[in-house]
Design a protein. Structure first.
Length: 143
C-alpha cells in the first residue's frame, strides 16, 4: 500500500470544501430564487370564465339588449375583470348554434366562487338571462 502524501490530502480537502460550498449555495440560494419565480408566475395567472350562449329562436332585439345591458352590469362586481359580451363572428361554421359569449376574468378562483357567483347582480342576471336561452356552456380555465 502506498502512503497518502500531504499534496493528496490537501487536494482532497480542497475538493471536499468546494463540493460542500457548492451544495450549500445551491440549496440555500438558487432553490429559494426558483420557488419565488414559480410563485410569481402562478400569481400572474387569471381565471377565465367563458360562457357560450345559444338563445331561443324567438328572442327579440329588446330582450337581447336587456341581456347585453345585464351582462355589462356584472362589471360592477369588484372581483370581475376584463368583461366582454359579444356575438360569434367565426366564419368556420363550427359554433353548434352558440351565437354569443360572455367572458370575464378573475384573479383567483375564490373571487369567482365567493364573490361573483352568489352576488345579487349575478343572481339577477341569471334570472333574466336563462329563460331566454336554449343552451348555455360554461368553461373556466387558467391563462
Amino acid at each position: 500500500m502506498s502512503n497518502i502524501g500531504v499534496t493528496d490530502r490537501l487536494s482532497l480537502l480542497i475538493v471536499i470544501i468546494f463540493y460542500s460550498a457548492t451544495v450549500f449555495i445551491g440549496y440555500n440560494f438558487i432553490n429559494k430564487n426558483y420557488k419565488k419565480t414559480s410563485l410569481k408566475q402562478e400569481t400572474n395567472k387569471r381565471l377565465v370564465h367563458l360562457v357560450l350562449i345559444r338563445f331561443k329562436d324567438d328572442i327579440n332585439n329588446k330582450e337581447l339588449q336587456k341581456v347585453t345591458d345585464g351582462a355589462y352590469e356584472l362589471q360592477k362586481i369588484s372581483a370581475v375583470q376584463d368583461l366582454n359580451f359579444s356575438n360569434n363572428v367565426s366564419p368556420e361554421g363550427l359554433s353548434k348554434g352558440y351565437t354569443h359569449s360572455l367572458t370575464m376574468k378573475f384573479s383567483q378562483a375564490k373571487d369567482r366562487d365567493s364573490l361573483y357567483l352568489p352576488h345579487p347582480i349575478h343572481q339577477d342576471f341569471v334570472k333574466l338571462f336563462v329563460p331566454l336561452t336554449k343552451s348555455v356552456l360554461v368553461f373556466d380555465y387558467w391563462e
